[in-house]
Design a protein around this ligand. Sequence first.
Ligand SMILES: NC(=O)c1ccc[n+]([C@@H]2O[C@H](COP(=O)([O-])OP(=O)(O)OC[C@H]3O[C@@H](n4cnc5c(N)ncnc54)[C@H](O)[C@@H]3O)[C@@H](O)[C@H]2O)c1
Length: 437
Amino acid sequence: MKTGVDIKPATGKLGILTPGMGAVSTTFIAGCIAVNKGIGKPIGSLTQMGSIRLGKRTENRSPLVKDFVPLADMNDLVFGGWDIFEDNVYEAALNAGVLQKDLLDQMKDELSAIKPMKAVFDPAYVKKLNGTWVKKGKNKMDLAEQLREDIRNFKASNKLDRLVIVWCGSTEVFMQASDVHSTVESFEKAMRENDPAIAPSMIYAYAAMKEGVPFANGAPNLTVDLPAIQQLAKENKLPISGKDFKTGQTFMKTLLAPGFKARLLGLSGWFSTNILGNRDGEVLDDPDAFKTKEVSKLGVLEYILQPKVYPDLYKELYHKVRINYYPPRGDNKEGWDNIDIFGWLNYPMQIKVDFLCRDSILAAPLVLDLALFSDLAMRAGMYGIQEWLSFYYKSPMVAKELYPEHDIFIQLMKLKNTLRHLKGEDLITHLGLEYYD
Ligand SMILES: NC(=O)c1ccc[n+]([C@@H]2O[C@H](COP(=O)([O-])OP(=O)(O)OC[C@H]3O[C@@H](n4cnc5c(N)ncnc54)[C@H](O)[C@@H]3O)[C@@H](O)[C@H]2O)c1
């Protein structure tokens, strides 16, 4: 008899709040509405389109993920969020220029009805932006109280059963954790004293933790990486995860690098450059914001390739990442990679990748999956850092003494094995010992 974890059912409505209602958030919201209206398919979403093998291959059991674990139904989702611009989701989606006007017009009423709440924002943390739809408060604790009130009001007025928050706001300037962030007490004191070490994204995370709402972090900001926030997540039994959606170039990197390592091919250089012209690109044009992104992007290869274990293959690797703001391309990013590899007897070879991708088209299904899985985790009693969601992130959060897993195939196995575990199914090890005696 298989026994899984006791998971509360996904009854009623689930609210998904996104701080930041720009390109990613509006593409996500419009996409979900399009799917519910039957005018689009949720391509790229593991929760909607993925299947999961159960038991032995001879058993032929491969249900859809959404039929296997009790996820919120896409028809039960309610969307909201905050932004520093007052535009409703229809206007913001048009502005973002990701989805075509024809498509958006088919959902104009629903999208226009979703209006952002006033943001907690300070241009000192996102230097290239300045908006007017911003809360005022006597200190950062007061701003957190206002966000908490927004969350409570949104839940009550939409008659929601549960909520999750997925950060889809801009990348903030590079910051490092300090003593201020080490305990809930020091964090709260710093909020009351308007300490510059408390960035806006942290105020949202704090409000979420106090209101009992799981939080997923789509940007490379520190936000839920802080001990104070993690302490609150544990105390209030809330799932948190991050950080930075793994979409274009880093997605490619985590596909290719494990392959080179699997075949023990060496790497001497990996040069990555991008052009993108959306608002995210504009924000990342500021060196302080780019630094936050750069740290998130650079860690990937080091962890996958393990140069200390394979010094002959990876010790000399030169890895460089560049992002260039180039307005004509809008959200349609182009990412080039030049990869210098070497094989048998050190003979060099080159690989060129030119990925003409659409950033928000790649990110939108990740927002959906993270929201639904964070809600599942909450109902299954899982709390703290959700390492099994590393699959979705460039810079996965892990417990203090561990290193992050970046190999996308190991990440996927971990995710699916977590679902199997929740339902009391055997974990799949891919062990085959038929002719062993
Ligand atoms: N698109 C991708 O593939 C991808 C991948 C990884 C990470 N990300 C990250 O996701 C985030 C969103 O990307 P995007 O393309 O939608 O950017 P965007 O600039 O279109 O949207 C971000 C929105 O956040 C708003 N904002 C900024 N600070 C805010 C605050 N404090 N409170 C509320 N709103 C705030 C901005 O006004 C803007 O509308 C960025 O941080 C980006 O780096 C995106």
